[in-house]
Design a protein around this ligand. Structure first.
Ligand SMILES: Nc1ncnc2c1ncn2[C@@H]1O[C@H](COP(=O)(O)OP(=O)(O)OP(=O)(O)O)[C@@H](O)[C@H]1O
Ligand SMILES: [Mg+2]
Length: 275
């Protein structure tokens, strides 16, 4: 059966601690649970995505750093995870030298795109978790992607942060001739008990309108606890509000990916048992 083309998405922000990794891990796991074949690429030297999926700190190699810096074959850096349909390229602390080592290279912004083009077609979705801007990691992620998602915590000045990251990403993509577009702004750690959170959600929705995902990820302690157990929220507590929120976000994500002009809606591939 013919399948739609892969959709590659970078998860980016200018701020740290806004839920990029939590979203990358649990959105990827939710998509895999829906029957899609998903590759999660960890580009953050902290390797939080890799550790959140239960990879030990001593087993991070071969990582995205080896692929980008040491010409390690990307196909060999892809590993199966415990989650059926979810595959991972880990990160490692070697990524801290990415900017220094890639800086002088003419292809410094498109290296990941070149590498991913070799393997992406065997997946329905590729999600890329990035460190905060500015660095060559999110630049490479944006260049390699069809679209990007911006997680945002509805705090004071969150609007500024979202405006800035969207403007930087769009400027960069225009300068480098990449058609990468915003897929959506995902509100994370929303807490309706505080008036500030309510007000800020309202302001963000007013300013960015339909660019904001309808589904909001509320603050849920189970989402913060799962990574310490090396588990996705679906393994750790699949009946938690956090799990339900990421399930719904994945549904909206698939719809948005399909509706975005030019992007064919991926069809679920036969999920192969991970071995
Ligand atoms: N909805 C949520 N409810 C409760 N805690 C959350 C939620 N989302 C994320 N967290 C917690 O908030 C912290 C920051 O989240 P996360 O690591 O996903 O952000 P990040 O943007 O990837 O950060 P960094 O910029 O450091 O990579 C983590 O401890 C995470 O467990
Ligand atoms: Mg992170």
């Amino acid at each position: 059966m013919p399948h739609g083309r892969v959709v590659i998405t970078a998860i980016v922000s200018r701020k740290g601690g806004v839920g990029k990794t939590t979203t990358a891990v649990n959105l990827a796991a939710a998509l895999a649970a829906q029957g899609y074949k998903v590759l999660l690429v960890d580009l953050d030297s902290q390797a939080s995505t890799s550790l959140s999926l239960g990879v030990s700190r001593w087993a991070l190699a071969p990582s995205s750093a080896d692929v980008l810096l040491n010409s390690y074959p990307i196909a060999d850096a892809i590993r199966a995870t415990r989650v059926m349909g979810l595959y991972l390229i880990t990160a490692s602390t070697d990524l801290t030298s990415l900017d220094r080592e890639l800086g002088p290279l003419p292809r410094r912004e498109s290296l990941l795109k070149e590498e991913l083009s070799e393997v992406a077609d065997s997946f329905d979705f590729v999600l890329i978790d990035c460190p905060a801007f500015p660095s060559l990691a999110p630049v490479n992620a944006l260049m390699a992607s069809d679209c990007y998602v911006v997680p945002a915590v509805p705090h004071y000045l969150a609007i500024e942060g979202v405006r800035n990251v969207c403007a930087s990403a769009d400027r960069l993509c225009q300068r480098l001739g990449s058609p990468t577009r915003l897929l959506g702004i995902a509100l994370t750690m929303v807490d309706y008990r505080t008036r500030a959170s309510r007000d800020n959600v309202g302001q963000i929705r007013q300013e960015f309108g339909e660019r904001v995902f309808a589904i909001e990820i509320r603050t849920n302690i189970r989402l913060a606890e799962a990574p310490a157990h090396g588990q996705t929220i679906f393994e750790f507590d699949s009946s938690s509000p956090g799990a339900e929120a990421y399930r719904l976000l994945a549904e909206e994500f698939v719809l948005r990916a399909g509706l975005m002009g030019g992007l064919a809606l991926p069809t679920k591939r036969t999920a192969l048992a991970n071995s």
